[in-house]
Design a binder for this molecule. Structure first.
Ligand code: B16
Ligand code: MG
Length: 225
């Protein structure tokens, strides 16, 4: 059992929770610009590219910035964000991740990363998972952000598989839309109501068993977990 499927993992919200660090860095920018940015607002930025995140944030604050100033704040936000990332270690890997990677290794199923983040390689290195992935597709590799399927289609190429042979684990609506548009099996990690377009829904990767993976290999796609 190894040639029929491959797995593509989103990063933030699936492998690690970096949303909390994005929030602190975006909040600091909003503070500087003089408006409130809440954790609820931050939900709108999950899975969204850095540039699009800034657009959403500026809309919330009803603030207009020149293109030149936007470039400056994008850099300063990332510098602040990286201060948090540099302190990350393996204790921040989300529950179920290590066991699932071990299971996939045992089954001979390859996996790649499919993330919007331009910091994905650094984050994986910080938590000690970088070397486990067959390939990394991140925000530097794509010309179109999720919900465009590009990030996952490149992932399928790295796995040497057809899109319909790929399983995507995603925590953001834009990512589920991207996986579905790519004609892949989408598994929503998190709030089921939010991720209702996913083929399967789980609260956490701890719910994924070797039997579930085996069933997917056999092609029982629409059986819900
Ligand atoms: P960066 P994912 C996404 O990661 C985050 O969910 C999103 O909030 C962030 O804006 C985006 O990465 C870009 O991140 O600023 O590091 O390039 O969920 O696609 O792994
Ligand atoms: Mg995510």
């Amino acid at each position: 059992m190894n040639s029929k499927i491959g797995v593509i993992f989103d990063l933030d919200g699936v492998i690690v929770d970096t949303a909390k660090y994005h929030y602190l860095a975006w909040k600091s920018l909003a503070d500087d610009l003089g408006f409130e940015f809440t954790e609820k607002h931050n939900e709108l930025l999950k899975g969204v590219s850095r540039v699009r995140s800034l657009e959403i944030l500026l809309n919330i604050g009803k603030v207009q910035l020149s293109e030149e100033k936007r470039q400056v704040v994008l850099v300063s936000k990332n510098v602040e964000y990286l201060e948090f990332i540099k302190k990350m270690n393996s204790s921040e890997i989300l529950p179920g991740v290590q066991d699932l990677l071990d299971t996939l290794d045992e089954l001979g199923i390859k996996y790649v990363l499919g993330s919007a983040s331009k910091n994905a390689p650094l984050i994986l290195k910080q938590v000690g998972l970088f070397d486990r992935f067959t390939g990394i597709v991140d925000g530097n590799s794509v010309s179109k952000a999720k919900p465009d399927p590009e990030v996952f289609l490149i992932g399928a190429e790295k796995l040497h598989l057809q899109p319909e042979q790929c399983i995507v684990f995603e925590d953001a609506i834009a990512g589920i839309e991207a996986a579905n548009a790519a004609n892949m099996i989408s598994i929503g990690v998190g709030d089921k109501a939010t991720l209702e377009e996913a083929d399967f829904n789980i609260e956490s990767l701890t719910e994924i068993t070797a039997d579930f993976i085996r069933e997917l290999v056999k092609g029982k796609k629409k059986q819900k977990v």
